[in-house]
Design a protein around this ligand. Structure first.
Ligand code: NAD
Length: 524
């Protein structure tokens, strides 16, 4: 597999790519125009930073392209929708800079409280004015953190080490997270009125855009200090500048702006403010980590893993590799159902018993991927399976039941067409031990792997012998023969695991036998 790199990548990342013996690395930073299109058309993965525009044209040129790795966080230069439509996984490295942003917040806070930028400039000018730079201590002060995520929690731990009391507002985080890092859980109003220092660490969303405006500032203590190392626009910039100029807010430290670089921004001329040019993530370690994480994930993804930080998978939170055997099992259920049902599938639904309900979406996607694969092969994957199913007019459903049925966990997949319906269930006995335990209400127990025959026959004597003879005559070895029946003399199901696939003559020979109503070959 070939990985094309079109921007400079830290040596640590390149070393990882080059060490992968099953990958070929084409390192061509600065590649543009037709040469870029040609190189993309010959590659399985593309790694960029911000220098390459991953446009629809570029994506469409990538006949073999499966992965786009953005060595960084922002995706401004990547047409994610175009990638999704073609089933191309877009990977980025959003966690690589967490520690850098955390430390930048602490650096800005200390610099602000001790007037370091101004004091430095004054000494450089030849002045010696010690009384002008009267600072404040952090020890004993109350820090209010809005957004107790990855960065907010790390700041809590560091601020407490400085002797600060930490209060935090985050309506989307469990109380245990507050307890674990030692932050008091408070309402936004409480935080605004009690904090000596306020720092925001939320993403910029419709809810957080302008969440701190004139009304909120009015509730703050006089002389409060505020920081924004998260995203420009969480504070209303004009209201913040007004409060700095009036002295209501004693100081502000800002790394991010609504418009970057800032132009005609009232904060540029506000009093008691220190500014940095969005450098929260800019450290040698973060750059290295971005390159390492992106390279590792691109390799993992090319080798088939979906446990990567992808922005266009239709599910989240895949850090948990324990989900892998369930995902694999759901995919096999879809694959199995698609090969035994007749007619175009119009409806597909997954049902879970005793399985972590957070896995519902991913198991549904996995089953859809399996179901679509026999017809669409390579063009369907975890990125586009849902979209492809919808485009093919398939209604998708999912249900979960917290209490297990007869098995500690059970995953059922139902598919229907205009004329047929099929329902297959499987359980996971242990990490590598999957079993299909029910097919269309027949109780069975077989491993969903290899080549299988699905046979519906009349429950009359001689069927097993006849099947054995037909296969034996053609030197096809039977590995397992699973039988189930409705009632004596009614319909019976046989799942026969065979060592090699059957040709059409053998399939016809089986169909020719009167007692056999239906026979299908299933490959898993
Ligand atoms: P995160 O997703 O781990 O945490 C964000 C937290 O904000 C979550 O816990 C979420 O529940 C909370 N939140 C969301 N909406 C909220 C609301 N309305 N009120 C209160 N809390 C809310 O993100 P993170 O990795 O900690 O990053 C935090 C911010 O820092 C992001 O905006 C990120 O883009 C920014 N960042 C900036 C730099 C930089 O260079 N300055 C570097 C890295 C990250």
């Amino acid at each position: 597999m070939k990985i094309l790199v079109t921007d400079t990548l830290a040596d640590s990342g390149l070393a990882i790519l080059r060490a992968a013996s099953d990958m070929e690395v084409d390192y061509r930073p600065g590649l543009k125009g037709d040469a870029l299109l040609k190189a993309v058309s010959e590659s399985d993965a593309l790694i960029t930073r911000s220098g390459t525009a991953v446009t629809e044209e570029l994506v469409n040129a990538g006949d073999r392209l499966r992965i786009v790795g953005r060595a960084g966080v922002g995706l401004d230069n990547v047409d994610v929708d175009a990638c999704t439509a073609r089933g191309i996984l877009v990977i980025n490295a959003p966690t690589a800079n967490i520690m850098s942003a955390t430390e930048h917040t602490m650096a800005m806070l200390l610099a602000l409280c001790r007037n370091i930028p101004e004091a430095h400039a004054s000494v450089k000018r030849g002045e010696w004015n010690r009384s002008k730079f009267l600072g404040t201590e952090l020890d004993g002060k109350t820090l209010g953190i809005i957004g107790l995520g990855r960065i907010g929690t790390r700041i809590t731990i560091r601020a407490r080490a400085f002797g600060m009391r930490v209060i935090a507002y985050d309506p989307y985080v469990a109380p245990s997270v507050f307890d674990k890092v030692g932050a008091e859980r408070v309402s936004l109003d409480d935080l605004l009125t009690r904090a000596d220092v306020i720092t925001v660490h939320t993403p910029l969303t419709d809810e957080t855009r302008g969440m701190i405006g004139a009304g909120e500032i009015a509730k703050m203590k006089d002389g409060v200090v505020v920081l924004n190392i998260a995203r420009g626009g969480i504070y209303e910039e004009q209201s913040l500048a007004d409060a700095l100029n009036s002295g209501k807010i004693a100081g502000a430290a800002i790394d991010v702006y609504v418009e970057e670089p800032p132009k005609d921004n009232p904060l540029l001329s506000a009093k008691n403010i220190i500014l940095s040019p969005h450098i929260g993530a800019n450290t040698i370690e973060a750059q290295d980590r971005v390159a390492v994480q992106t390279s590792e994930m691109v390799i993992d993804a090319l080798r088939g893993s979906i446990f990567v930080s992808a922005v266009n998978l239709p599910f989240e939170g895949l850090a948990d590799a324990d989900a892998a055997p369930f995902i694999n099992m759901a995919e096999r259920l879809g694959l199995f159902a698609a090969q035994i049902i007749s007619g175009p599938i119009t409806r597909a639904a997954i049902e879970l018993w005793g399985v972590d309900e957070r896995l519902t979406r991913i198991l549904s996607v996995a089953a859809l991927k399996g179901m679509l694969t026999p017809r669409l092969a390579e063009s369907v994957n975890f990125v586009n399976a849902e979209q492809v199913a919808q485009q093919r007019g398939i209604a998708i459903g999912a249900t979960t039941h917290p209490t297990p049925l007869d098995y500690t966990n059970l995953v059922t997949f139902r598919a229907s067409s205009a004329t047929d319906e099929t329902c297959v269930s499987a359980t996971l006995f242990s990490e590598k031990n999957q079993r299909i335990v029910s097919v269309n209400n027949f109780r069975v127990e077989f491993k969903p792997e290899g080549t299988l025959l699905y046979i519906i026959n009349k429950d009359v004597p001689g069927v097993v012998g006849k099947v054995g003879t037909i296969l034996g005559d053609r030197e096809i070895n039977i590995a397992e023969y699973n039988l189930a029946r409705e009632t004596s003399g009614g319909k019976a199901l046989a799942i026969v695991t065979i060592d090699s696939p059957l040709d059409s003559d053998t399939m016809n020979a089986l169909r020719f036998f009167k007692a056999i109503e239906e026979v299908k070959q299933v490959r898993l």
